[in-house]
Design a protein around this ligand. Sequence first.
Ligand SMILES: [Zn+2]
Length: 369
Amino acid sequence: MDQPNTMTRRSFLASTSCLGAALWTARLFPLPAMAGEVASAGRVNPQPLADKGFASVRKVGDGVYATISDLSKGLETLSNGGFIVGTEAALLIEGFRTPAGASFQFAALRQVSKVPVRAALDTHYHFDHTMGNAFYGAQGIAIWAHEKTAPLMVKVYGPGQELAMAEMKAGIEKRIKDAKSETEREHAKGDLNAMKMMSESVESSVLSLPNRPLEPSKLPMTVDLGGIQAVIESYPGHTPSDLIVRVPQRNVVFPGDLLFNGLYPATVDANLSGWRKALDTFSSFDKETLFVPGHGPLCGPEGIATLRSVFDDLADQAARMYKAGIPVEEAQQRYTVPERFKGFPILAWSFCIGATIAKLYEELKTGGT
Ligand SMILES: [Zn+2]
């Protein structure tokens, strides 16, 4: 496979013309379905219940299943998800990037149980967790989400947003043209790939909004599925619309994108202090907790610890550059991935690193340090 630095301009342009570009990025970073520690602990059934390449479903506890995406084989799901099955009902987690992704997860549920589906829950509004909702809607399945999810979906992905997205793309194309260094150009190219993937996902989808908004003031909410309970909680951080699902009886947590395991987190919509506070809380959970992250392999509390240290490193580097008087635009480009995070995919430099540095600069400015 071509490495990014050996691609000609022409092959780059050809590859960015479609979703293939994002797939090309993803293929550079194959991730296993579970981290080594989890695999060796024997909690996760190594034999998938269902496997379509782009995602596989594994049993992670009695009545609890994780859907893990493999971006190197396709982008139908893109995010992870899962489902919880009791004797009376089931709860699906995530609407994924496409109806095909949601359909795959629903079919896997039907392999193990015919119980009615109480709801499908979107952990937040982002396209890779909601654009497949239409499949659930067509099955008459209620879609639950944080009360801010539907309004944010309309605002960001709704009618009339094509123009805003086209403007953003034009802005990134200009950054590629005007880049002052090869590094800056590579960062901008990655941003363009991600932007194109988002806009193409949205353009090819029917916006299917959650029809049961959950108010954070009324959470946590316990959903009894018959012999097993799911607890829905709210921790805004990655976006203003984050929900998590806990299964206390099985020590399993679905934290949505509050956990990126083994890759740099997307912070473009984030409240960093809220997010870091959520991670503090998650690290106080039982040491045997199994996390089904929004992205990346299944993990235990070590996945939370790693993401906290990614944020610490971003904060340390931002503080050093801020104190040295480096302007924010330059600091956003200058962040250096340390050796210990070298293998971590960065799906788009601006949405992950750039946004974090800008927010940290803002905190430093208002914090008066
Ligand atoms: Zn996501």
